[in-house]
Design a protein around this ligand. Sequence first.
Ligand code: TXA
Ligand code: MG
Length: 340
Amino acid sequence: MLNNESPENTRDDIKIAAEVINKGGLVAFPTETVYGLGADALNAEAVKKIYKAKGRPSDNPMIVHIARASDIGQLTPMISADVVKIADSFWPGPLTVVLPKKKTVPVETTGGLDTVAIRIPDDPVALELIRLSDTPIAAPSANLSGKPSPTKAEHVIEDLNGVVDVILSGDDCRVGIESTVLNLTCLDTTCGKPVILRPGIITAGQIEAAIDREVILPDSLNTSEGGVNEPEKPKAPGMKYKHYSPKADMLIVEGQRDKVKSEIERLKGLNEKMGLKVGVILFEEQAFIEAAHNFFSELREMDRQGMDMILAGALSDRDGVGFAVMNRMMKSAGYNIVKV
Ligand code: TXA
Ligand code: MG
């Protein structure tokens, strides 16, 4: 275990962590989105350890992290003009692309799929770790499966201390929600058009501007059907699992702002009278970036305070960063929502 007390990693720490990766071990590391739990993406045995440490179902594929766009050729045989434009516009950064995989990528890394999800993270520690390991690093979020994603080193320690070989600490994650996942493989009913499988802070509109063609953002991503039922089958297979759940029961209140506030107050009072501890998550209107930054850590804070119930105000945004936060909020609440 390295530096789990101090936010600074020396280059030597990262070097030791890279050796752990090369020996098939597990390293948790910061990225700009959430902390990742990494292993050598090309080593099937190492990747299996990630599933075990997280308690993650083995058909849920991982994101493979590289340090240079020129390393993408190790993972996929198909590099289209779209991929080049995306790499130029958004990497390093919180956008993941799904492409056909090369045979060298083990199916353990891709959850049995013949496609692979790839991104370059925008974090100096992550980039140095990948460079020094000199191999692509598969990394899901560094939380126990089902729990809120970790945006602070302390969250990783909470979930994985003693279970992984090294935890590299860093600053709190700047973005706070996971990367946008964009399918460029044309496997679905909207064939021919890139489809967002998981919304993030890079929006469909920004991607459209970069590649100069339409990008599909299915409305169903934020409904209980999204990612589970036909025709929007689980193209991001992770979508079908229980996700981001706080210990408390959670209810989202949606509607006009004033009504949402008074309904939350009403429900809070009512439940507190019955002896329950009630927490409230209500972000400033339109402050979507801030909501993304804080959402997961607020969920963990609610658990820490032993809340029985969480009341959250819905964000109204149909296609931007607020939509991406709502995607996580809906899952956390098990799609438990009331309209006022
Ligand atoms: O920001 C992030 O993306 C973070 C950091 C660590 O990079 N990683 C992350 O990984 O969120 P994870 O494993 O928690 O989420 C990966 C998502 C899942 O929804 C998974 O189903 C989807 O990406 N995914 C991965 N490979 C895929 C593939 N080949 N086809 C479709 N979806 C894929
Ligand atoms: Mg995750």
